[in-house]
Unconditional design. Structure first.
Length: 510
C-alpha cells in the first residue's frame, strides 16, 4: 500500500531526456515505483496526461532571513520551487559579527533555526564571503592581516563542516567588494577540501563584465574549485549584444580547459537590489552607520552626488524604488527615481541620498538594464541554469518586489520555452532540476528516479503563465497544478495547502 500514486503522467525526468508516460508511486516521502503500476495507494491522483517534473531547484536564492519570517514560502512554492540555495552574493545569515541584528553566530545555528521553523521548501546554504569578512575584520576597506585571513578561512571551514555547499562573493557589495583577487583566491581555497564551489556576483556586470569574468575564472582556477557565475547578465547598454558573446566564449574555453564553470540566470530585463548600490563604494568604508554619517556631511555628500551624477547620466529613468520601510515613504514603491525626485523637488542624485538616509539604507531598487537578445543568448547555453535571485515572500508582501521572486521558473517555461521556442521542454526542466542538482552534487533530488525524494511538480504546459509582473508581482503563477515536497502536497491549483514538509539540506560529506 503506497502513500500516493500519480497515474497517467508525462514524466519529464530532469535529465533532459524525452518525456515518457508512466504512473509514479510515493512511499515515505520517496519515489517507490515508476511504470504501469497496479498496487493500491492511500491517495490516487489522475495526472490526466499533464507533465510531471522534479520540483524546481532555485540555486540562486536570498531566502536567508525571509525563510524564517515566511516559512510557507508562497513565492517559491506557487511557481513550483521545492528546493532553494541561499547565502548568495557574499551575504549569508550566518556567521554574523556579534551584535548584528538578524544575524546568526554560525552556519550551524542558522540551519538549526531553519529546521525549527519547518519551512515548506528544502533549503541549503552557501557561506557568504562578506559575512565571514565582517566577522573577521569588521566593515573596513583595508586588506586583511594574515591572522584575519586565517580567521576567515576557519569560519568558512566551520560552515562547510556543518553542510554549506560552497562560498559566495558579492563584489559590488561592501565589505565583500573590498577584497582583492588574491584574498578571494585564499578564501575560495578553504572550500576545496570539502568539494564546495565558488559562486560569485562578479565585480562588474556592466562596462567591466569581461574583466570581471576573467577575475572569476582566475579565482576558481587558482583555488582549484568549481565556479558558479551568479545571475549572468550585461547591464551596460553600449555593450549589449557584444560583451555576453565574449564572456560566454571565455566560459566555454575555461570549460574546455577543464574548469567546471556553470552560470545561473533570471529571465527578466530588470535587476533588483538595494538602492544604495548606486552610491560609490568608498562611502561605505566602516559599514552602514559610517555611510549614513558621510551622507549627512555636506562636503562628502556633495562628492557622492557629483560622482553619481557622472556615473548615472542618462539612466536615472531606469531606476525604480521597489520597497521602503517607513510609513511616510510608502508612496515611493513602484515609482521611478525621476518621478520621486520631482515630487520631492530635488535632483535625482539628491533624492536618492535623502531616501537612503530616511530609510536607514533599508530601501530596494529595481533597475532596467538588460536586453532580450543577451538574455536569450545566455539562456540558450547548456551550462546556464535557472536561478531567481529572489526569495521567500508571502502573497501580501508590501511594496513592489521584483516579479522574479514569484515567477522566474514559470517565465522560463512559458515564455522562453513554449513561446520563444529557445529549447525543448525537457531542456527547460533540466535547467531547473537535474543541472542544479549536478552542480550541488545532490544525489537524491533533481531527477525522477526510484529512490529519489518525491519533490514533484505537475503542470499544464499550455496553461502555464507567469502572471507575476512588475505592476502586480505578488501573484501565484497559472498552470502549476500540484507541488509536492518530500511527498507532501504543498500547493494545488495556485493555492498553498499549508504543508511545511521541507528539509534542511547539507552537503554530503566526503
Ligand atoms: Zn547578486
Amino acid at each position: 500500500m503506497y502513500d500516493l500514486m500519480i497515474r497517467n503522467a508525462r514524466i519529464v525526468d530532469g535529465t533532459g531526456a524525452p518525456w515518457y508516460r508512466a504512473d509514479i508511486a510515493v512511499e515515505g516521502g520517496k519515489i517507490a515505483a515508476i511504470g504501469k503500476l497496479s498496487g493500491e495507494a492511500r491517495e490516487t491522483v489522475d495526472a490526466a496526461d499533464h507533465y510531471l517534473a522534479p520540483g524546481f531547484i532555485d540555486i540562486h536564492s536570498h531566502s536567508d532571513d525571509s525563510i524564517l519570517a515566511c516559512p510557507a514560502a508562497e513565492s517559491r512554492i506557487l511557481q513550483g520551487v521545492t528546493t532553494e540555495i541561499a547565502g548568495n552574493c557574499g551575504a549569508s545569515a550566518g556567521p554574523a559579527p556579534e551584535g548584528k541584528k538578524d544575524g546568526w553566530p554560525g552556519m550551524g545555528a542558522f540551519l538549526s533555526a531553519v529546521e525549527a521553523a519547518a519551512p515548506s521548501v528544502n533549503l541549503g546554504m552557501l557561506v557568504g564571503h562578506g559575512a565571514v569578512r565582517a566577522c573577521a575584520m569588521g566593515y573596513g576597506s583595508e586588506k586583511p592581516t594574515p591572522a584575519q585571513l586565517q580567521r576567515m578561512r576557519a569560519l568558512i571551514a566551520e560552515a562547510m563542516e556543518v553542510g554549506a555547499f560552497g562560498i559566495s562573493s558579492g563584489l559590488i557589495y561592501p565589505p565583500s567588494s573590498y577584497a582583492d583577487t588574491e584574498e578571494l583566491i585564499e578564501v575560495a581555497k578553504a572550500v576545496a577540501p570539502y568539494g564546495g564551489y565558488y559562486a560569485t556576483h562578479m565585480r562588474g556586470e556592466g562596462r567591466t563584465v569581461v574583466k570581471a569574468t576573467e577575475e572569476a575564472i582566475r579565482i576558481a582556477r587558482e583555488a582549484r574549485v568549481p565556479l558558479q557565475v551568479s545571475h549572468h547578465k550585461v547591464t551596460y547598454k553600449p555593450d549589449w549584444q557584444v560583451s555576453c558573446f565574449t564572456t560566454t566564449a571565455m566560459i566555454e574555453r575555461a570549460r574546455r580547459e577543464g574548469l567546471e564553470v556553470f552560470c545561473d540566470q533570471y529571465p527578466y530585463r530588470a535587476s533588483a537590489t538595494t538602492l544604495s548600490v548606486n552610491i560609490p563604494e568608498w562611502a561605505f568604508d566602516g559599514g552602514v552607520p559610517a555611510l549614513l554619517e558621510r551622507l549627512k556631511n555636506p562636503e562628502l555628500r556633495a562628492r557622492v552626488r557629483d560622482e553619481m551624477e557622472a556615473s548615472h547620466h542618462g539612466r536615472w529613468g531606469d531606476l525604480f524604488v521597489s520597497y521602503v520601510t517607513t510609513e511616510e515613504n510608502q508612496w515611493m514603491a513602484g515609482r521611478s527615481i525621476p518621478e520621486i525626485a520631482e515630487r520631492m523637488g530635488e535632483e535625482p542624485a539628491d533624492a536618492l541620498i535623502d531616501i537612503v538616509i530616511a530609510e536607514n539604507d533599508r530601501v530596494g531598487e529595481i533597475s532596467f538594464g538588460m536586453c532580450e537578445e543577451d538574455i536569450e543568448h545566455i539562456m540558450s547555453k547548456p551550462y546556464v541554469m535557472t536561478g531567481s535571485d529572489g526569495g521567500a515572500m508571502p502573497l501580501d508582501e508590501p511594496g513592489k518586489p521584483h516579479p522574479r521572486n514569484y515567477g522566474t521558473f514559470v517565465r522560463v517555461l512559458a515564455h522562453y520555452c513554449r513561446e520563444r521556442k529557445l529549447f525543448s521542454l525537457e531542456t527547460a526542466v533540466h535547467k531547473m532540476t537535474g543541472l542544479p542538482a549536478a552542480r550541488l552534487r545532490l544525489s537524491e533530488r533533481g531527477t525522477i528516479k526510484k529512490g529519489m525524494w518525491a519533490d514533484l511538480v505537475l503542470f499544464d504546459f499550455e496553461a502555464l503563465r507567469d502572471t507575476p509582473d512588475f505592476t502586480n508581482p505578488q501573484q501565484a503563477c497559472e498552470g502549476i497544478l500540484k507541488v509536492y515536497v518530500n511527498g507532501v502536497l504543498t500547493a494545488e491549483n495556485g493555492r498553498h495547502t499549508g504543508a511545511r514538509a521541507g528539509a534542511v539540506l547539507r552537503r554530503a560529506c566526503g
